[in-house]
Design a protein around this ligand. Structure first.
Ligand SMILES: *Cc1c(COP(=O)(O)O)cnc(C)c1O
Length: 419
């Protein structure tokens, strides 16, 4: 279901020419395929059937309102990690009852906002957070639905910055501590125990670590049941890996078969919080070559493009690989070399890719693939660069879903004290 394919040598998104989008909107610009997002969601849902699973899209992967609207229309719930994300879900017409709220640092204001909206569940990450939730709920005359985020101490086998389920990570609490938190919560009239959850990392290649985590959660669920503490759902978080280079796509077959085996007939509803899996390969970042600096001696050859680490930070931050393809076939005057594809930002860490053999000429349009997740959401204004535009392709047309920032807007929050 790759939405980006070539026709007569030109790269298209669901039949729409990427060059038309670049010419009309300018570059850099993110382009997403709505039909890909839908197909991916439906495939995951179908794999889990007949389990009555709830898929809570992890908003932080790509939080554009039109993307949220797309998942809302498919019946998804949402996994959020801030009050700002909750605001977005509401703006996109999401139902707060389908929202689970993760994150280690929920502020009082964020908790109050979520309590007043009656969100589905707070995924609690510490004892002190449980205390704060109880206080705020009592104060507001509400009951806070809670799940304890367990840190099962399993190695997700992923990049250290996106591994979250080891005891050295700041996330969740150990199983033993979770048990005492459940005992405390079940005795507190301001709290209602509704579930248990974990999220052990991102870009996980195989089902095994996730299933290992499930086993340790289910053991705790059994111990809690024996104490008269019943739960309604088990939330295994997200983390399902995708193909960026040559990795196999996540083994959904094995994962879903094992989930069905372990949870069919159980009173626990399954909740998943996928982000990357639903959106990563449904987006590209379009960028244009500004200058070529071919190697003088045996140094490196640089292709300087108009997108930079402030637009897409994954290569700089995680040494992540993104395939990069010319949108059109190489021009006759193009130069073949092993190019480092770099941006205009004044950092040597500002690169999109190293050592890519291709034929390039100034003005060429490039597509940075697999940019639908953790792309635009991690963009910044570093070097006072306006953030890119975003476009959604649907029904054979494209729509601007976020216009490009302008430099006036970048100054608008500041005051010049001497001016
Ligand atoms: C980031 C995050 C997710 C989504 O992770 P993906 O790897 O994008 O699926 C889900 N749950 C929590 C708690 C997260 O922090």
């Amino acid at each position: 279901m790759n939405p980006f394919s070539r026709q007569d040598g030109e790269l298209l998104a669901d039949g729409v020419r990427l060059s038309d989008i670049a010419n009309s909107i300018g570059t850099p610009v993110y382009v997403y395929s709505r039909s890909y997002f839908e197909a991916r969601y439906r495939a995951l849902q179908a794999a889990l059937a007949p389990l009555d699973a709830r898929i809570c899209y992890a908003v932080k992967a790509n939080s554009n309102l039109s993307v949220l609207r797309c998942f809302q229309a498919l019946g998804a719930g949402f996994d959020i990690v801030s009050g700002g994300e909750l605001q977005r879900v509401m703006a996109a017409g999401g139902n707060p009852e389908t929202v689970v709220f993760s994150g280690v640092g929920k502020s009082e204001a964020e908790i109050d906002f979520a309590l007043k909206l009656n969100i589905g569940c707070f995924n609690v990450e510490s004892r002190q957070e449980l205390d704060r939730l109880s206080q705020r709920a009592s104060m507001l005359g509400r009951v806070a639905p809670i799940s304890v985020r367990v840190n099962p101490n399993v190695d997700a086998g992923t990049h250290p910055y996106i591994s979250t389920g080891l005891k050295t990570n700041k996330f969740g609490v150990p199983v033993s501590e979770a048990e005492t938190m459940y005992q405390r919560a079940s005795a507190d009239p301001a709290l209602e125990v509704v579930g248990i959850d974990c999220h052990i990392g991102s870009q996980i290649a195989s089902a095994e670590p996730l299933l290992e985590a499930l086993d340790s959660l289910l053991e705790l669920v059994n111990r809690l049941n024996a104490q008269g503490i019943g739960l309604r759902h088990v939330d295994l978080g997200g983390g399902l890996g995708v193909r960026y280079k040559d990795e196999p796509d996540f083994d959904l077959e094995t994962y879903s078969a094992a989930l069905k085996k372990k949870l069919t007939g159980s009173a626990l509803q399954l909740v998943l919080e996928p982000g990357r899996y639903l959106v990563a390969n449904g987006g590209v970042l379009l960028t244009r070559v500004e200058y070529l600096k071919p190697s003088a001696d045996d140094g490196r050859s640089f292709a300087i493009v108009d997108a930079a680490m402030n637009d897409l930070i994954r290569p700089a931050l995680y040494q992540a690989w993104h395939d990069i393809e010319p949108v059109n076939q190489a021009a006759k005057h193009a130069r073949t070399a092993n190019w480092d594809i770099v941006g205009p930002v004044c950092e040597s860490g500002d690169f999109l890719a190293h050592d890519r053999e291709m034929a390039l000429a100034p003005g060429d349009l490039l597509a940075v693939l697999s940019a639908g997740a953790y792309g635009m959401v991690q963009s910044s204004n570093y070097n006072s660069r306006p953030r890119p535009a975003e476009v959604m392709v649907e029904n054979g047309r494209f729509r601007l879903i976020r216009r490009r920032e302008n430099s006036r807007e970048l100054l608008s929050l500041e005051r010049d004290l001497d001016g």
